[in-house]
Write a protein that binds this ligand. Structure first.
Ligand SMILES: Nc1ncnc2c1ncn2[C@@H]1O[C@H](COP(=O)(O)OP(=O)(O)OP(=O)(O)O)[C@@H](O)[C@H]1O
Length: 512
């Protein structure tokens, strides 16, 4: 469907105004409830006018996202009235309806919005979009992503374009609760901002402090038509369950929950802005070097930061590298890595095949494995591998790129294949990966009566001499359990009761 524009129906709107005006002004005592509503409506219009002035919308072109629901239809009405008052509050405005094509009735919604705009004489564009869940984000999130892309693109096409959406105070409460349940931090719990910049375009929410009941009253007052989205009742969606099941409970316990959450989110937003500003400054102090692929941080400067800043600095870096797919446990693992008192090298693996490494008083985050793939001299700890939180680990050692994987034994098939590239370790939190142990160290290979020197283990397994100093050796509580590609020792065990982990190793250059 293309653009719809019908400037000639403006008069219809004028008549509707007059009718409502007559009912209120001349029928004194006719409908006291309506009079009360009118006061609220005046209040709503005043607040909207104030919002327009604060954000200097007199010189802007507002692109309103209108779904056809009551909230956005009321926003449309407010904009329309704001344009036609004694002093226009908007430089101009137009409507965009995004047709996701996901529901059988979506074409009717588009038609409904377009024809109402046509009645008002407002320019309306219906933008059909294709919703594809490419990032495993879920269909709801994918629809939201493409919707904002379309709305912001339209706003960007105007010289002073801004985008207006009709979120109200209950939406804010829902967002807060959903983020709280999903374990968001400060940034997420601040929920939606009344004014934000999204992809370079101001995204404004003039109704964020308005209650839904006031919006509905306003719609009734001005006979604003709207359509109910039938999926709103479907409790298969998380948001709807929060809305229909959890919020009524919260409101029963604390009737002021919506207003209090609004105040709280405003405070959190202010705290969040302050912390982010401080962290961006701190980042300049701790980052020693930054290239497109990795970043190098001074552990000394990092240790001097306040705990909140330490976390936020890592948070910012992870956002750059891991596109928000990280967890709080990743932040904490990197922080622990940076604050360790000993000087040993260590690593944690991150999503998207990235890693964080510690070497010589620096933390490296990025795609590179060990930053200095140097020859190993003497024993060296490669990683304290946190099996509970980190399931994959990769690093380079003496010219070989290693990938390690850990799988709880309970998840393995009943009779796993035997291989020197796999071993079983007891149910421990950490294993240590070291290299460069003296070749005279003795190990007791599984199934052998006696012990063997490391040197003999390497030669029997045909591990090239030049690779031996950097060859990883896995230890549990200081005892060797596995030399990948060579032997497993009597410390390792296959636990039929399902405890422990299976470890897998793949050296990329050597094995090929
Ligand atoms: N199909 C649509 N076309 C244009 N604008 C829309 C559409 N759907 C929603 N909007 C705009 O977005 C606002 C929020 O809508 P809704 O609460 O349904 O979004 P949501 O899916 O919860 O996403 P979020 O709240 O994260 O923006 C609406 O008030 C309206 O302004």
């Amino acid at each position: 469907m293309g653009a719809v524009f019908a400037p000639d129906i403006k008069e219809c709107f004028g008549r509707a105004d007059e009718e409502v005006g007559r009912r209120i002004c001349y029928n004194d005592g006719y409908d006291t409830e309506r009079r009360g509503q009118r006061l609220n409506n005046v209040q709503l219009e005043r607040e909207f006018a104030q919002f327009c002035k604060t954000h200097q919308l007199q010189s802007a072109h507002a692109v309103i996202g209108v779904s056809g629901g009551v909230d956005s239809m009321v926003l449309l009405q407010l904009c329309h009235r704001a344009m036609h008052g004694s002093e226009p509050l908007l430089g101009g405005f137009s409507v965009v309806h995004v047709d996701h094509g996901l529901r059988p009735t979506s074409a009717d919604d588009a038609q409904f919005v377009a024809s109402y705009c046509s009645r008002l004489g407002v320019f309306c564009e219906v933008v059909p979009v294709e919703v594809k869940d490419c990032h495993g984000e879920g269909i709801e999130a994918a629809a939201r992503r493409v919707r904002y892309e379309a709305l912001l693109a339209r706003a960007r096409s105007y010289p002073h374009g801004v985008c207006l959406v009709a979120h109200h105070s209950r939406d804010q409460l829902e967002t807060f609760v959903m983020r709280w349940l999903r374990g968001s931090g400060l940034a997420g719990l601040g929920a939606m901002r009344p004014a934000a910049i999204r992809e370079g375009v101001p995204l404004l929410r003039p109704l964020l402090r308005v209650r839904r009941s006031e919006i509905v009253q306003y719609a009734n007052m001005w006979d604003v038509p709207f359509r109910e989205d039938e999926t709103n009742a479907n409790t298969r969606f998380f948001r709807n369950r929060v809305r229909h099941e959890l919020l009524p409970l919260l409101a029963a316990l604390q009737p002021a929950v919506e207003a209090r959450t609004l105040d709280l989110t405003e405070q959190l937003q202010a705290d969040e802005s302050f912390l982010q500003e401080q962290a961006e400054r701190a980042l300049e102090q701790v980052v020693v070097r930054r290239s497109g692929h990795d970043v190098e941080i001074s552990t000394e400067a990092f240790a001097g930061l306040h705990l909140s800043l330490q976390r936020r600095v890592i948070h910012i870096l992870l956002n750059c590298f891991c596109a928000r797919d990280w967890l709080f446990s990743h932040v904490e693992s990197i922080r622990t890595l940076a604050l360790r008192q000993d000087t040993a090298s260590a690593a944690v693996s991150l999503p998207h095949g990235l890693g964080a490494w510690r070497e010589y008083g620096r933390i490296y985050i990025g795609h590179q494995a060990l930053p200095h793939d140097h020859e190993t001299r003497g024993p060296r700890s490669i990683a304290q591998w946190d099996l509970v939180h980190v399931r994959q680990l990769s690093f380079a050692s003496a010219g070989v790129f290693w990938r390690f994987r850990a799988l709880p034994i309970a998840k393995l098939p009943p009779q796993p294949r035997r291989s020197p590239w796999r071993a079983y370790v007891p149910d421990v939190d950490f294993v240590e990966i070291v290299c460069g142990l003296p070749t005279s160290v003795r190990v007791r290979p599984l199934g052998l009566a006696g012990s063997k020197k490391l040197q003999d283990v390497f030669s029997d397994s045909k591990i090239p001499r030049r690779l031996r100093p950097g060859w990883p050796i896995v230890r549990v509580a200081g005892r060797i359990v596995w030399i990948p590609g060579a032997v497993r020792t009597d410390v390792q065990r296959w636990d039929d009761t399902g405890g422990g982990y299976a470890l897998f190793a793949r050296p990329s250059r050597f094995q090929d």
